[in-house]
Design a protein around this ligand. Structure first.
Ligand code: CIR
Length: 264
């Protein structure tokens, strides 16, 4: 039996830069403060350690406001890493910045050869890797990514992200190997046919970007009805503040690359 898709012993995170206040956003709801993002990031790293993972914390990169969101320029698995081609021009060079770390930590490091793909569009489940098409991940990138995943022995499928939603995982997360947490708009598209689905209460859509790590589910603390729903369903919820990163369209998966390393 293969290991659960949410079992991790290692993550890579990157400290936020002061320039994070200029992070990309679809709609301007005011700049986040650096201090606020830093404190949300510190609590996240601490929660990860408490969940039992070894944290590799990379230094802040002032030239890249969104570089704290390390999930987007790469993908990591026990079998190896893939350097992606982020769909936002200001984020493209984050790949070069994370590349040396991945080459140090993984035996196999593949490069996406063409197209565009962001890690935020990729949901790893036990059976397959779901790749959501979005404004950041195009068909060419998704097809090239499938080929890279095949080299790592991973089955994959290409799915749609609802119109106007930044990333596929903006609207969903894995709760366990049989269950996803999803917004109603994404669930209605039928992509999660094989899964049990828990639907985000109306008005708390940003809570969908939660994160299962080992025994716990990290959930934004601004979303009490989602927390209550998961708690009642028996999940061990760790609420974390995401108010500041939420202003630049980020949630809990964005701030780490997670994998089970068999080097440990
Ligand atoms: C961006 O637009 O790229 C950042 N402001 C937010 C990235 C969030 N990343 C993620 O959901 N994986």
């Amino acid at each position: 039996m293969t290991r659960p898709a949410y079992q991790f012993n290692s993550i890579i995170a990157r400290s936020p830069s002061r320039s994070v206040v200029n992070g990309l956003r679809a709609e301007d709801r005011g700049n986040p403060t650096y201090e606020g993002v830093k404190s949300e990031h510190d609590a996240y790293v601490e929660a990860m350690r408490d969940a039992g993972v070894l944290v590799t914390l990379l230094p802040a990169l002032e030239a890249f406001p969104d570089s704290v969101f390390v999930e987007d320029p790469a993908l990591v698995f026990t079998e190896g890493a893939i350097l992606l081609r982020p769909g936002a021009a200001t984020r493209a060079k984050e790949v070069e910045e994370i590349s040396p770390t991945l080459h140090d930590m993984f035996d196999a490091v593949l490069d996406l050869p063409e197209g565009y793909a962001d890690g935020g569009d990729v949901l790893t489940t036990r059976e397959s890797v779901m790749i959501g098409l979005s404004a950041r991940t195009d068909k060419e990138g998704a097809a090239a990514l499938r080929a890279c995943l095949e080299k790592l022995g991973r089955a994959s499928e290409i799915v749609a992200t609802p119109e106007g939603v930044l990333h596929f995982k903006t609207d969903c997360s894995l709760l366990d190997d049989e269950t996803v947490l999803s917004t109603d708009r994404l669930a209605r598209s039928g992509v999660f046919g094989k899964f049990r689905q828990m639907i985000i209460p109306e008005g708390e859509e940003p809570a969908a970007n939660a994160l299962r790590v080992n025994d716990v589910v990290l959930v934004g603390s601004d979303f009490p009805r989602t927390i209550e729903m998961l708690d009642k369903a028996g999940y061990m919820v760790v609420p974390l503040k995401t108010t500041e990163i939420g202003k630049i369209d980020a949630g809990l998966s964005c701030m780490s690359l997670r994998w089970f390393s068999d080097r440990m």
